[in-house]
Design a protein around this ligand. Sequence first.
Ligand code: MIC
Ligand code: SF4
Length: 649
Amino acid sequence: MGHNVTEKLVSDHLVEGEMEPGEEVALEIDQVLSQDTTGTMVWLQFEALDIDEQKTEVAGQYCDHQTYQFDLKNTDDHRFLKSAAQKYGAYYSRPGNGICHQVHKENFAAPGKTLLGADSHTQTQGGLGMLSIGAGGLDLATAMGGSPYYVEMPEVVNVRLEGELPEWATAKDVILEMLRRLTVKGGVGKVFEYTGPGAEALEIPERCTIANMGTELGATSSVFPSDDKTRDYLARLGREEDYTELQPDPDAEYDDEVTVDLSELEPLVACPSMPDKVVPVREVEGEEVEQVIVGSCTNGAYEDIKAFSEALDGNAVHEDVHSIVAPASKQAAELLAREGDVADMMDAGVNWSESTCGACIGIGHVPASDSVSLRTFNRNFEGRSGIEDDSVYLCSPEVAAASSVTGEITDPRDYADSYDVEAPGVVLPDGMGGRDPDLLDPADADDDVELNKGPNIGSVPLGDELEDTIEGETILKVGDDITTDHIIPATSDILKYRSNIDKLSEYTLSRVDEEFASRAKEKGGGLIVGGENYGQGSSREHAALCPMYLGIEAVVAKSFARIHKANLLNFGLLPLTFEDNDDYDEIEEGDSLRIDSVLEGVEGEEEETQLVVVNESKDVEIPVELDASLREREYLLAGGKLNHTKQQA
Ligand code: MIC
Ligand code: SF4
């Protein structure tokens, strides 16, 4: 039987396990990336593992999320990251050089390789035929120590793209259409592998936009074959030697199939406040817009800004709109400046930001109260932009351009008619590769380099060995789709404590209930009850680490997002699911819960075991399930993966 691209990538890196969907596989990791807000924990954990040198082919440490350095704590974090990169042998990308996924794409992404990233949008590089997966920082630290990455072998879904995109419909609309159909839970446990004539015709940056937002589908990864387009793009970056062809075998099989006819797509938009609330732009046309931002790891590349610039075509930005470009990389910005686009856009009334994630997580450009912000980003979770009750829509650069000019959400086809503008299509860069002065080569790992830790940089808290009875109150009960932005918000007032868990933990779940942390402390810990897709969104392990620090021992939910579940297990918290989701109604906040015979339920040879939550307040017994591999069970017993890894060493 032939193999699809995903299976080829997995089998080329398979260290342990069978390529059976749902079975755990161990993968050799060729490259890793981390960024400034996950990176500090990555390196603190790497330090705790007591290994001299990182062992992957390429490790990139990017400073991209909080580049404005509002607080010296951020600047100290960056200085610490630089010292860690130099001590342990990683590339260091200076603040302002660009968003990790973009800079990694420009410099290192290579077909046929594996990439593990401490950022959920790592799957962006699937656009170049890489198996790229987002993970918690501890998984990255152990991968840099030479251990494989363990993940459930996903189902591989063939997304067949037929037909051609009509004018003004873009790659962003392809992935928004996927979200419209499959929702933010639709990809859990899956890799989306894009094939067919429509996929072949897409350029690499378009493929990367689609792969990037596989994260919003909850997917383990997204993958495109590697072909002549890949070779051409790598050549444009000056790295043709990194090309290898990677195609599915003619008789490759898939676990499922989805077909999208590109010719039927039209400009789409995700409405507030979930990336799957997708409708055609024409349905919300006329909504007044106060802010438009082009940027992020989804649509902040050279090609995206070029499309925005060409669609703007010199037309003036509406007087009531603040239109901003935040380029995803400084190299792209430099080329756009050389080509005159930056001046043209500025002349039309567009403002220019440094290369940063920034506004994507509420750092800068926080929208005005009661206003609409239109962004080319990937996430619009409520409050993520920096204010409660925000109203953030997600769209393509073309919709952003049309709406910047008209001052209201506008279908670019109508704009094109009124302003006589031609569809920009995809313009590829010429001469973007070469030396990147803000990307520092790894010196040979140097033991003499001291880790430079400012006063805000703490240490990694370790969990306690698992006990046989878990007892405590339901400290909080939440509904469906709780994101990691709810659990540990990423806005600048909080982000500066990413290296200081004692302080950061005070903000745990503050977006849902400001009293959560103080209540958890007062009660000496307890349990959390959640709905579907608990922990969706980012890879930030702080969303597990902080609850652990506050004494939370288990989360009982209807279902979990993949990375968050792995993070809970890594830090020794039990992710339990209801056997019968109706039992969710049997627990209320404040109820006293008890789980007996925990050790028996966790030890053993099965990957799925049953435990019973006794609700002492209501006198009911609720059967729950622990779905964890034998290795993850060892983490739980040891009080977390770090303890376990140290014990093994
Ligand atoms: C995000 O988009 O939510 C982030 C900020 O990039 C996170 C990482 C983090 O919290 O540091 C992610 O996607 O993993
Ligand atoms: Fe940065 Fe936003 Fe991309 Fe996360 S989603 S890496 S915050 S640009």
